[in-house]
Design a protein around this ligand. Structure first.
Ligand SMILES: [Zn+2]
Length: 382
């Protein structure tokens, strides 16, 4: 009996020791490799926001409400789109331009560089091809009609901002892959997707390419692609600086003091691309997605001369109708005293030439002296 008891005790001891080892290992594994005790946004369990880290609201409560209300209701009109001047975009080496391609994808041309924000050209914003939010408006420019892309800016890893098929196609473009500038923690994902030309940035880091500086800046959001990787990679926006102009792309964000911080640290941009869609219901979305009224406040906090409303009219992600954001933006602008031309929307595929806008501002400023808007062409023959 005592021998049996001894064996049983030894067995239980072995199990307990194993459990302790496993628990110890898993607690080691769960410490983020980016943990930095001196940087509050790089916490032990993953990345955190600067100003709001409240608990996630119930996704299932939202889905139930959505099912009960029947939201979102279909738009009264399709998202306006323009026939793109692809020949101009493919040969333009001198004129700074901005083209909304759909959702959060913007083509910025400056100093003969072609820069894409969060490119998405697929049919669904989803981990699978047969389900998930379906594209309601085709991209303003087909992916094979784009000019050669030099830089791709990825704000975070949600499926409507980071699309594997799109980034793989861009990496395989003729003339060589673009440089992918991504948040901390995403380089491994790109490598596993077969993409090596990646620069990973923390908040306030900067990378220089020719005459352009790309700063990664904080915003209020989160990251997740699987059940196991919530906030394991960072999120943020980009501040692109050239001596002739500056541009901010905020990515997804709730309203926060981050935008005053960005202005205090890097100055006010000439142009900003700010989301105006995917904001209802507010009880669920408020901390992670601005609504048009918040977006106008972001425009003011940044001190942007001009802002373009993006992140609407393409994928039905939330409860407001696809065509509601521009209407709500117009109301918010009036309330905030922001003129329509200062925070505008464009048709999908419409090219906005930036030099005339910026020149008009320079003229208006009594102390301003005329400056060239773009560099001498960097490339020829494209
Ligand atoms: Zn997101």
């Amino acid at each position: 009996m005592s021998r049996w008891f001894g064996r049983a005790a030894a067995f239980i001891g072995l199990i307990a020791a194993s459990l302790l080892i496993v628990a110890g290992l898993s607690s080691c594994v769960s410490v983020s490799p980016y943990f930095d005790a001196d940087k509050p946004h790089r916490a032990r369990d993953g990345f955190r926001n600067n100003y709001d880290n409240s608990d996630k609201q119930s996704f299932w409560r939202w889905q139930l409400e959505r099912w009960q209300s029947g939201a979102p209701f279909p738009p009264k009109a399709p998202t306006p789109s323009a026939i793109p001047e692809t020949d101009f975009l493919r040969t333009n080496l001198t004129e700074p331009t901005m083209t909304w391609i759909g959702h959060a994808t913007v083509l910025l041309q400056v100093a003969s560089y072609n820069i894409l924000t969060d490119p998405h050209f697929s049919e669904r914003a989803s981990p699978v091809s047969f389900a998930g939010p379906k594209r309601m408006t085709q991209p303003g420019i087909a992916i094979d009609q784009l000019p050669h892309i030099d830089v791709v800016l990825i704000s975070h890893n949600h499926y409507d901002h980071l699309d594997i098929s799109t980034v793989q196609r861009l990496a395989a473009q003729s003339g060589g892959p673009p440089m992918f500038i991504v948040p901390l923690g995403l380089e491994t994902w790109f490598k596993s997707a077969g993409i090596g030309n990646v620069v990973e940035l923390d908040w306030w880091d900067r990378v220089r390419l020719g005459s352009l500086d790309f700063h990664f800046v904080p915003t209020q959001h989160w990251s997740q692609r699987t059940l196991w990787d919530r906030n394991k990679s960072l999120w943020g926006g980009f501040f692109v600086k050239h001596h002739s102009m500056s541009f901010v792309y905020t990515g997804d964000t709730g309203y926060s003091k981050d935008f005053s911080d960005i202005r205090a640290r890097l100055g006010a941009p000439d142009i900003a691309a700010i989301p105006i869609g995917a904001y209802e219901p507010r009880w669920f979305m408020e901390k992670q997605h601005v609504n048009p009224a918040d977006a106008v406040q972001v425009h003011k906090d940044l001190g942007a001369k001009y802002s373009l409303g993006v992140h609407w009219g393409t994928f039905e992600l939330t409860d407001e109708s696809l065509d509601e954001p521009p209407i709500a933006l117009a109301e918010a602008r009036v309330k905030a005293g922001v003129p329509a031309e200062r925070f505008f929307i464009t048709r999908i595929g419409e090219i906005r030439r930036l030099a005339p806008m910026l020149r008009a501002d320079m003229k208006a400023a009594a102390s301003a002296t005329p400056q060239p808007i773009s560099d001498a062409p960097r490339r020829t023959g494209r």
